[in-house]
Design a protein around this ligand. Structure first.
Ligand SMILES: Nc1ncnc2c1ncn2[C@@H]1O[C@H](COP(=O)(O)OP(=O)(O)OP(=O)(O)O)[C@@H](O)[C@H]1O
Ligand SMILES: [Mg+2]
Length: 470
């Protein structure tokens, strides 16, 4: 399953859900705001209704009562009611709320309040004017024109205010219904969206994931089976090679032994031709034996059956002895030998026999792939990391870039006129690499190219831990 596809699906669904939720919140806020404006107008209109009645009653009472102190009280109450009614009127005719969000809506509501119950504004102003005029006198009689005007306007005002309240109430109810409808529509949309996300996005995704998991399980099972088969095949190969090598080595030792005897003329004298032929038999026998030994070693390492026999030995001496081993050959081919082993290279803990084999394989390749008369060198030094670095360099045929991968591959040789003249089996370097890696070391080579010489280097830890030997 495509992961980026999955990510896209998830982000799309999340975006849609967030978008709808924000939409729902905005709509609800808007509707609630509308609703609160209605209730504000209803509340103020109700107050105006009560205040107008109060003012009418108090004015009448004032005209009826003679007691000066009582008149004073009524006068005071009357003034405060008028003040309250005027300020309410100002609120209703001015901005309902300073800095209101939905300006157009305020206009709309104001229009309903003042225009629908026609002349409510004028009636209120008229009423308040008369009431104010009335309070200018400390005493009044029943013929007072302002009192008569108040009593006349009051019922009209009541009817208009009632009308304003009922209009607002029905509008509020309508808006409430709208809120409910909108709320349900948006909730329904949200549910539909969530359901479609679940059905069209998550369900197929889950199915794909399940399918992938099943496929993976099947692949894993196959891999597991393949691994078991490969391990069995590898074991069979190692067993076969071990047995075969043993079976081959017994008669081969006889061939080598007896041809050596004949060459040494122990059973009796032989002529020159016979001497030459038996020499070939002996050489081929020895070559075959080393080949079988290499194959056996490699298969043993691959099967993990090789254990390091650790011991402490002088690496400097080992390297010098290895150089001595090729001295004869060097003399024959007129090689110049250069040895540069640093003094701090002395005792190392490793498998001495295997290190000898490593050095010998690299060194014999250097003598094999270097034309007569040139120089071969051995170097060794201690590294800061606590490892020992050994290099064998030559001024021989070199290794071209395109042949680099062949060097450490089994039975691979770089074909050239020169190497054809120096046959081998192509097992030396793969085996050497395995032996170095058994010591937790690294092996590599550098060559500038054809006829530019080669430098093989390997590192091993100075003290291979005994706990890792098995
Ligand atoms: N010093 C070197 N200079 C140039 N080429 C080299 C050198 N060492 C190795 N090679 C190349 O790497 C190949 C693999 O080396 P390896 O030692 O495995 O095989 P071999 O020497 O041909 O055979 P064997 O060692 O099994 O008798 C060689 O055939 C050769 O082409
Ligand atoms: Mg070799």
């Amino acid at each position: 399953m495509n992961v980026s596809n999955l990510k896209r699906r998830f982000s799309l669904s999340i975006t849609l859900i967030i978008f709808l939720t924000i939409l729902l919140t905005i709509i609800s806020t808007f509707m609630i705001d509308r609703e609160s404006r209605h209730s504000e107008i209803i509340n103020l209109s109700g107050q105006q209704r009560m205040l107008s009645q109060n003012i009418a009653l108090l004015s009448l009472e004032m005209a009826n009562i003679d007691s000066a102190s009582r008149q004073k009280d009524i006068h005071r109450d009357l003034r405060s009611s008028i003040k309250k009614m005027s300020s309410n009127h100002e609120i209703l005719t001015g901005d309902l709320r300073a800095g209101a969000f939905f300006e157009s809506r305020i206009e709309e509501l104001r229009e309903i309040y003042f225009n629908e119950p026609e002349d409510l504004d004028n009636e209120t102003k008229d009423f308040l004017n008369h009431a104010n005029m009335l309070t200018k006198n400390s005493t009044i009689d029943l013929d007072n024109q302002h009192l008569l005007a108040i009593l006349k306007t009051s019922p009209k005002l009541l009817i208009s205010l009632d009308k304003a309240v009922s209009i607002n109430q029905s509008m509020a109810e309508g808006d409430l219904l709208n809120i409910q409808v909108l709320f349900w529509i948006t909730t329904l949309l949200l549910i539909i969206l969530i359901l479609s996300v679940a059905i069209f996005i998550f369900r197929p995704t889950i199915k794909e994931v399940e399918q992938d998991a099943t496929n993976l399980e099947a692949i894993n099972k196959k891999l597991e089976e393949a691994k078991v088969i490969a391990e069995l095949a590898n074991k069979a190969k190692s067993d076969f090679l071990a047995n075969m090598s043993h079976e081959l080595r017994t008669p081969l030792n006889a061939i080598i032994g007896f041809s050596q005897e004949i060459k040494d003329e122990s059973p009796g004298p032989i002529n020159e031709v016979q001497q030459e032929f038996v020499g070939y038999i002996l050489e081929s026998g020895k070559h075959l034996l080393s080949l079988i030994n290499d194959i056996l070693d490699l298969s043993k390492i691959e099967a993990g059956k090789v254990e390091l026999e650790l011991g402490e030995f002088n690496l400097k001496t080992l390297l010098e002895n290895s150089v001595a081993l090729v001295k004869q050959k060097a003399l024959r081919h007129n090689f110049k030998l250069s040895v540069d082993i640093s003094d701090d290279i002395e005792y190392v803990t490793a498998d001495e026999r295997k290190i000898k084999q490593i050095v010998f394989n690299i060194l014999s390749n250097a003598t094999k792939f270097t034309p007569d008369g040139r120089t071969i060198g051995v170097e060794a030094e201690k590294r800061d990391s606590g490892e020992v670095l050994v290099s064998v360099w030559d001024t021989g045929i070199g290794i071209e870039k395109r042949d680099r991968s062949k060097v450490f591959a089994t039975f691979e040789q770089v074909a050239s006129d020169y190497s054809r003249a120096h046959p081998g089996s192509g097992l030396g370097m793969p085996l050497t690499k395995q032996l170095v890696e058994l010591h937790d070391g690294k092996i590599w080579f550098d060559s500038e190219g054809k006829d530019k010489g080669t430098r093989f280097s390997f590192t091993i830890p100075q003290k291979f831990p005994a706990s890792r030997a098995a």
